[in-house]
Design a protein around this ligand. Structure first.
Ligand SMILES: CC(C)(COP(=O)(O)OP(=O)(O)OC[C@H]1O[C@@H](n2cnc3c(N)ncnc32)[C@H](O)[C@@H]1OP(=O)(O)O)[C@@H](O)C(=O)NCCC(=O)NCCS
Length: 290
């Protein structure tokens, strides 16, 4: 039998979940795998979600590369993003180019900004053929030094205080993430305003990471990263504040940490610095941690 590669259909979601649960990671229950199909931000008027592609052989699903989609507004324009949340090919079919073909097809939708975050070494050779470019391989780190807030700088953590300073798109973005555990912060400075959204998690060695998953103004963030760390990080616990390199100006200097896995992206409409980890990547981060 010849394996067939084709778009995934909405009615075969259960079969795909069974495949992922049985072959990719059985320690994840089916309910958890089902969250890969969470398309809560897809607007039907902008078209059905792209569910990725399957490899089928003899009526059985034996491979899948899945996408979680979201419609969101960036700079007054609708954008659709898709995060690769699962890529798996049955062992019996590996080594004949099908994994590469799955990724190439998953990334082929025009107008969809694709991100591939934390998928491991195995997916690296598939990125170039799929048209994906390096999004980032490292992040800048700030530690608390206890300094006073620089003159003319204000930092807001309360939405009722910073809400009026934001654009409609920014307010909508924060409302879309209600209940998902993000930490929005606004820094107002003589050189401009920056909305930074943090995702806080404890990583190895009990260090609390305040990772910026969205930065609206890279130059302002880079200039006042230390002020943010001093204002936000707890004094009585190990903690760092981080921002991926792409958000910040090219001449940014400072302590850097290299990721375990490279981040990849493909976009016809967005510049690399505009590709953040909001929406679908937040869902997948929550999925991996839960
Ligand atoms: C990753 C995976 C989908 C690749 O499928 P595949 O059909 O065997 O890959 P292909 O035959 O299309 O190979 C494409 C290229 O990737 C390379 N490659 C494949 N798997 C690799 C791995 N695990 N590590 C390093 N390179 C790998 C191949 O050598 C080939 O390189 P080439 O073009 O230079 O010859 C498959 O191995 C798999 O499902 N692995 C387990 C799950 C996994 O690792 N998923 C990715 C992260 S979530």
């Amino acid at each position: 039998m010849t394996p067939v590669l084709r778009p995934a259909r909405p009615e075969e979601t259960d079969a795909i979940i069974d495949f992922l649960h049985t072959h990719m990671k059985s320690s994840w229950k089916r309910e958890r795998w089902a969250r890969v199909f969470d398309q809560r931000w897809v607007r039907p008027e902008r078209g059905p979600p792209d569910l990725g592609h399957v490899v089928e052989e003899g009526g059985k699903i034996l491979g899948y590369c899945g996408l979680t989609n979201a419609d969101r507004r960036i700079n007054g324009r609708w954008e659709r993003s898709g995060s690769v949340g699962s890529l798996y090919l049955h062992k019996s079919l590996r080594g004949q180019g099908l994994g590469r073909a799955l990724m190439v097809n998953a990334c082929a939708s025009p107008g969809l900004t694709i991100t591939v975050i934390g998928t491991g070494e195995g997916s690296r050779p598939l990125m170039g053929p799929a048209g994906c470019k390096l999004l980032d391989r490292d992040r800048f780190i700030w530690r608390r030094q206890g300094g006073a807030l620089p003159k003319g700088v204000r930092i807001f953590t309360d939405a009722s205080a910073f809400g009026p300073l934001l654009t409609d798109d920014q307010r909508q973005m924060l409302a879309d993430h209600d209940g998902l555990g993000i930490v929005p912060v606004v820094l107002d400075s003589p050189s401009g305003l920056c909305l930074a959204v943090f995702w806080v998690q404890v990583k190895g060695d009990d260090v609390s990471y305040w990772d910026a998953v969205h930065v609206s103004n890279g130059p302002v963030f880079a200039a006042y990263g230390q002020a943010l760390a001093d204002a936000l990080l707890p004094a009585d616990a190990k903690a760092v504040l981080t921002a991926d390199r792409r958000y910040l100006p090219p001449d940014t200097d400072g302590e850097v940490e290299v990721f375990g896995d490279n981040y990849w992206y493909k976009s016809d409409t967005l510049d690399r610095s505009q590709v953040d980890l909001m929406y679908t990547e937040i869902l997948l981060l929550k999925l991996k941690l839960s």
